[in-house]
Design a binder for this molecule. Structure first.
Ligand code: NAP
Length: 278
């Protein structure tokens, strides 16, 4: 099977490295000549081009562009595809992608490998990023089971843990555990920066250690991704943010009222539930 990758950045690069290591031939399309050259130098692809016609070689194509470019990329690619080529994407939000891309190509299977890094671009691509990480496939009632199986088979080569769910369920779930944390983490950094005493702020920056490193990590990631999450998963993200604000208000209320008993219960209950998420 020949693999196509359109969008030679972090995720496209990581897919290429792993799938080539599995003996598959990988054809890549990038936006710029220098990215294509670099992809070949790094061993991410066997061949790369800025011309989508290269996708005529591929049996299964991963669209790894930013969310906003997935639909137009698929539309431009269609004239070049083999009639039975399977197209999948890796976008972090699924309902809008499924709605806009499914009508374009009969063998489209939406997917989301849930692994990432703080940095973006092909230079930071590495092998094994998807090992033991969730790979969510979000078929609809119209998606062919055989095409889903092909995407799942490739995800298995990446040693990912495969899940299937509806696109809307996916978006609601990832709002809680991926998109909400980005906004909270960024707000945490913003809150610290609002300290008016420069000396205290500097002290806090010097004292910040593992706790701050853990809680601020996703807020320190690629801002473009956070913006995409908010743009394309707006309703679910807003819903989760409002619930979060309610939780903060509860905590504030406990502390204002010196209600240490309920605060302790709140902390105990949430601490006990955490392992279920990890
Ligand atoms: P990235 O490193 O910035 O790579 C994106 C790639 O797409 C770059 O090669 C870029 O080309 C290319 N590109 C940008 N705009 C384009 C356009 N208008 N048309 C065609 N190609 C374009 O980003 P990434 O982190 O790999 O993210 C790619 C996809 O993976 C996104 O849909 C994202 O939702 C999804 N995803 C990301 C993560 C994560 O944590 N990073 C995790 C799971 C899924 P240049 O090299 O020329 O800039």
């Amino acid at each position: 099977m020949n693999i196509g990758i359109v969008g030679l950045g972090l995720i496209g690069g990581c897919l290429g490295l792993d799938l080539r290591a599995q003996g598959l031939s990988v054809f890549g399309v990038g936006r710029r000549e220098d990215t294509c050259l670099r992809a070949m130098e790094l061993g991410v692809v066997d061949t790369a081009s800025v011309d989508l016609a290269l996708m005529s070689q591929a049996d299964l194509i991963f669209v790894c562009t930013p969310l906003g470019a997935i639909r137009s990329t698929v539309a431009q690619m269609i004239p070049h595809l083999k009639p039975d080529a399977i197209v999948t994407d890796v976008g972090s939000v699924k309902a809008s992608v499924v709605e806009s891309v499914s009508p374009l190509w009969p063998h489209f299977v939406a997917g989301h490998p849930m692994a990432g890094k703080a940095e973006s671009g092909i230079e930071v691509a590495e092998r094994g990023l998807f090992v033991d990480k969730p790979y969510v496939i979000t078929p609809t009632e119209h998606t062919s089971a055989a095409a889903v199986e092909q995407v799942a088979n490739v995800a298995r080569l990446l040693q990912a843990r495969i899940y299937q769910c509806g696109p809307e369920e996916h978006d609601r779930a990832v709002a809680w555990i991926s998109h909400l944390p980005v906004m909270i983490s960024s707000s945490l950094i913003g809150s610290c920066l609002s300290e008016p005493d420069h000396h205290v702020l500097q002290l806090a920056q010097n004292l910040a250690s593992t706790g701050f490193k853990d809680t601020s990590r996703v807020g320190g990631g690629n801002p473009e991704l956070g913006l995409m999450m908010a743009t394309y998963n707006r309703d679910e993200l807003l819903r989760s943010l409002l619930v979060y604000r309610g939780q903060l208000d509860r905590v504030i209320g406990y502390i204002e009222d010196k209600n240490w008993q309920d605060l302790e219960l709140f902390l105990q209950q949430n601490s006990a539930e955490r392992p279920k998420f990890l």
